[in-house]
Design a protein. Sequence first.
Length: 388
Amino acid sequence: MVYPRIAQARLEFLLRQFPIVTLLGLRQVGKSTFARWALPGFDILDLEDPATLLRLETDGQLMLEQSKKTVIDEAQRLPALFPLLRSHIDRHQNHKIVLLGSASPKLVRKIPESLAGRTGFLELGGISILEAGQEPLWIKGAFPRLHWSRPLASPEDWLPAFLRTYLEQDIPQLGFRVSSQKMMRLLSMLAHSQGSICNLSELGGSLGFDYHSVSHILDIFEGTFLVRRLQPYFANLGKRLVKSPKLYIRDTGILHHLLGIPFNKKALLSHPKAGASFETFCIEQIINLARLEDPAAEVFFFRTQTGVEVDLLLKLRGELIPIGIKLSLAARNIARLERGMGYLGLKRGFIVHMAEGFTEIRRGIWAGSLARVMSCLFRTAKPASPGK
């Protein structure tokens, strides 16, 4: 059974605007299945098939001429394809091509260079809470294979296999020659410091790597959608602000595997990293939906040297929205968000917590579950009226 994805509307919009759409996302996040479901009239060329890859290498123009609507899966495997696509689409302006890839344009530089002005970009994240239940997505991670496959894949077995393939096969196929053991050691350390401020020298010193090696591996992790660097928000406040990014392993299932947390709620809530895990899950859910509704959306965190912090600052449709994310609604968390809003001159903010319900706990500060907060922020989530 194929499950609908909320990204379909954005994909259809981009196809009306551009001759080429580049659909990006972490491996196994469901890009191929989504494309087959959302684009039933398109022919599929899968570059993981050696025969298809060879045919495109040797006679790509002829293959592209065969169909007016084409999906090219794992397009980053053939960088020489992108200049060919540019000339092809310039000659056949009624053709539509969708490229699927597991590496960002920062890693595959020929995409933006060759297709500038001809392609729109869409990142497909993991399963949204608008598509499945929140609790299993948080506990097991948001990969479709863990929720929608028949029979269901076991996270205990599937996630370690995914990481091995990612480190030992997918990264080398992108042209990077980095030891899989080095990458796994860095991933494990990131998991144990989830959501902390990035200090490359400290990371390298703990692992025996130099600064440049750590930076290079992080670039790979970020460019293949495994790790997020959440940038700090700068404002001229006359206060000392934290200026380094925070690092997150983006999928909580991978995080829990690396931390050795059993995939059940009781074990997760009793673990010291439960709060960081919940914060990660909420941040990813909010960012993924924000960028579907507003491609210009930006995300930051805010922290002063004295400890005043806003977990997520979301710039959505021109408005800067502060969001605190905590397992429980404690007075200190409310005060911290309130002070952050005061420093930034913001009148509306939210706190996401585990409990159900939705209420205004301070003037302009609304607190509730992730689903209720998202319903206030996003049209796709059927926004409620309170708070604005």
